[in-house]
Design a protein around this ligand. Structure first.
Ligand code: ADP
Ligand code: MG
Length: 343
């Protein structure tokens, strides 16, 4: 199969999946052409996954890799309060994978998530790499003019909320690095179920698209970010960009129950994972006290938890643990940190 046959195949697949009502030109020309909804702003984000750095081929599957590659960009668009609409997916693949079912399965994962959130694939790029797989996704979203939720709007007195649960992806990564794998058959044993649950949170994160859209449409959040590096680091981004401090209450953090179940016997600390683990892809947002009472209880079955309060910048970013209060350092993931980990 040459590159052009491949692109034709992808084009045929998109026809069965997408919504082309605002796509003037999809896959097949030099560039895609889109007619945005009038009165809306475009929100665009790209995310790159590199084999050996962001994923291990031996620890995931092609389908989950495809799914995650789109999920990470969807999460960024959700974190702006926008509705994701269109996507481009670029692939760098190795010779041994080209022409195998790996690529088809990768696109199955992409389309699975694209269909779930009403996103249409309109383009991408294809190239060969010497030894590592690279997947880059770009997602375009829309929101009402002036309605994006940036990182700059937090105010002292605002409450800090997080969707879903924390720490599972970090636990999944660490167990994966110790050799844990998803069980192919449904195990009934509770511990294996908890292991599968945290591995899946790492390998197949669910972008909080519904929450992002509700918070954006209803203007409920004063600032927002998605948790990709880790709560501590991402909260620091909001506080720096908004020029505020923050106080987080350790006891209120919604630590994932599977993390609590697994960690005791594995020398993993649930609180550390929840604070610094990274890749939870939950939404962290701030809300004025008046808006906090207007928040829905659940969106798409996902709850939110109030975990603290925005304070004046001279208070710094702090963690309250029982009667003690400590500075909360940014301890999340950095690609070029002195000790950057691989996957
Ligand atoms: P060019 O050489 O001008 O970049 P390509 O042959 O790379 O053209 O791309 C032709 C068309 O196929 C474009 O519409 C492009 O967006 C699409 N395309 C290429 N690779 C992919 C891919 N991996 N996934 C989706 N669309 C792709
Ligand atoms: Mg090209």
């Amino acid at each position: 199969m040459n590159e052009f046959d491949f692109i034709k195949r992808i084009k045929n697949k998109t026809r069965m999946h997408g919504d082309f009502s605002q796509v003037v030109q999809g896959i097949g020309d030099d560039a895609a052409v889109i007619k945005p909804t009038s009165g809306r702003q475009l929100v665009v984000s790209a995310d790159l996954l590199i084999e050996g750095i962001d994923f291990l081929r031996s620890a995931t599957s092609a389908r989950l890799l495809g799914r995650k590659s789109l999920a990470v960009s969807l999460s960024d668009v959700a974190a702006m309060g926008a509705k994701p609409r269109w996507a481009l997916l670029s692939l760098g693949v190795t010779e041994d994978v080209w022409g195998t079912e790996f690529i088809d399965q990768l696109y199955e994962g992409v389309f699975e998530l694209a269909d779930k959130y009403g996103v249409t694939l309109v383009g991408g790029d294809t190239s060969r790499t010497p030894d590592k797989i690279v997947v880059d996704s770009i997602v375009l979203g829309e929101c009402k003019e002036g309605a994006v939720i940036s990182r700059t709007g937090a105010k002292p007195g605002d409450q800090i909320f997080v969707t879903g649960t924390l720490g599972a992806s970090g636990a999944g990564l660490r167990l994966s690095n110790r050799g844990a794998r998803i069980t192919p058959v449904q195990e009934t044993e509770s511990e294996q179920r908890a292991i599968d649950a945290v591995l899946m949170r790492h390998l197949s994160p669910e972008p909080r698209v519904g929450w992002g859209m509700v918070l954006g449409q209803e203007k409920l959040a004063s600032s927002m970010i998605d948790l990709s590096d880790g709560l501590s680091s991402d909260l620091h981004h909001i506080c720096e960009d908004s020029n505020t401090g923050a106080l987080i209450r350790a006891l209120d953090l919604p630590i994932d129950p599977a993390v609590v179940e697994l960690c005791g016997r594995r020398a993993l600390d649930p609180l550390q994972l929840a604070l610094h683990g990274g890749e939870d892809f939950e939404l962290l947002f701030t809300t004025s006290p008046a808006n906090a009472s207007r928040l829905p209880k659940r969106v798409d079955g996902v709850t939110v938890t109030c975990i603290g309060t925005i304070e004046a910048s001279d208070q710094g970013v702090r963690l309250e643990e029982g009667l003690r209060v400590w500075p909360l350092e940014a301890g999340g993931y950095e690609h070029f940190a002195a000790r950057a980990k691989t996957v």
